[in-house]
Design a protein around this ligand. Structure first.
Ligand SMILES: O=C(O)CCC(=O)C(=O)O
Ligand SMILES: [Fe+2]
Length: 355
């Protein structure tokens, strides 16, 4: 068998090359990445661009008129494409560009830069251990083919990273981004709560803006189908997740009526996912959508995902689930992933669950 997983390779590429092998975490290094990209054509078009796009589209600027559309998207899909969201296109693009620059730094620089600051660098699996430390015990076949940075947005004003100017630039962009994304999340959540006739008390922040976090991902390209997934099939634990995905490279797939559909990259649109907390808050009327990320053969993919959660100790009450807090949910997810290797999720809190 060919040993596909290599480390300590000489650096044949310059630092501007996105395929710079030294920028990858050793567990994600693959012989492929030493080769010139197989498709250097600047006019390369992602094949999924030809597919029809069936994902529901919600216009944030006329949400009041579109309540039925929003309701259907939340019930039938648990995911929609958001247009007229009010985030400047320049900001979306700048974040993508900065993220590319950040990931192209060497693995050691990225790993070292985050020690002692509230940004976490991870690779392989964001769910199990944000630091990626336990990955050596997992075989290459069951790691997620991804690296990323975790940023707790409430911490943005309290740190700076002058030793890594690219991270510092992203930090500044994220301050601006946070304002837009929390505005969008609040507007959407209020419209959903309205549709669901939830009589929310202000003392119960089911969507707590100060819990917002951003994950910036890079999914390396790889032509070897055996490496698995960029991210395995999962549901998000959040109330809402809002994704700014790469304009050119597809990867996100959503499960709809037992079929996997690709969520096409379309410039200036955001993808909104409903997470487990939204499903519980809605008493299962809305759906926490199952999704996954495939690995592109030719090009690596960047995505920037914003997540927002309930206040940690807010009790979520519904007829379908035992009362629980987000803190309890998160602890249970971590425990299941460690013990079983996967997330059980909301089923753990169903009334008929024995534990
Ligand atoms: O990168 C993506 O397209 C999706 C990421 C995702 O599903 C997640 O972070 O939970
Ligand atoms: Fe997700």
């Amino acid at each position: 068998m060919i040993d596909l997983y290599i480390s300590n390779l000489p650096n044949n590429n310059n630092n501007n090359n996105m395929n710079n092998i030294e920028s990858y975490p050793p567990v994600l290094r693959h012989l492929d990445q030493q080769q010139p990209p197989p498709n250097p054509d600047p006019d390369y078009k992602d094949p999924t661009q030809e597919d029809p796009d069936t994902i529901p589209i919600i216009d944030l600027s006329c949400l009041d008129h579109d309540t039925n559309k929003l309701e259907e998207a939340c019930k039938d899909w648990g995911l929609f494409r958001l247009v007229n969201h009010g985030v400047p296109l320049t900001l979306l693009n700048e974040l993508q560009e900065m993220a590319k620059e950040l990931f192209s730094l060497s693995f050691e620089v990225k790993e070292g830069a985050c020690s002692g600051c509230p940004v976490t660098y991870f690779w392989g699996t964001p769910a199990l251990t944000p630091s990626g430390r336990t990955l050596t015990t997992r075989s290459p076949q069951n790691i997620n083919w991804v690296e990323g940075f975790d940023v707790a947005l409430s911490q943005l004003p309290h740190f700076s990273v002058p030793q890594l100017p690219t991270l510092e630039s992203i930090r500044l962009l994220l301050k601006d981004y946070e304002n837009h994304l929390s505005r969008i999340a609040t507007t959407l959540f209020e419209a959903m709560a309205n549709n669901l006739d939830l009589n929310l008390k202000p003392s119960k922040p089911y969507l707590a803006e100060n819990t917002g976090m951003v994950r910036v991902y890079r999914y390396p390209n790889c032509s070897d189908a055996n490496v698995g997934w960029g991210m395995e099939a999962h549901t998000d634990s959040s109330v809402l997740s809002i994704l700014n995905q790469d304009d050119e490279v597809s990867g996100l797939q959503v499960l709809k009526d037992d079929q996997w559909l690709t969520v096409k990259p379309i410039s200036n649109t955001l993808i909104v996912n409903l997470g487990d907390m939204m499903q519980a808050i809605s008493d299962d009327r809305y759906k926490s959508v199952t999704h996954r990320v495939s690995i592109n053969k030719h090009k690596e993919r960047i995505s920037i995902c914003y997540f927002v959660f309930p206040g940690e100790d807010v009790v979520i009450e519904s007829s379908k689930y035992k009362p629980f807090t987000y803190n309890e949910f998160r602890a249970q997810v971590q425990q299941d992933i460690k013990a079983l290797g996967y997330k059980v999720g909301l089923a753990r809190f169903q009334h008929n669950e024995d534990s």
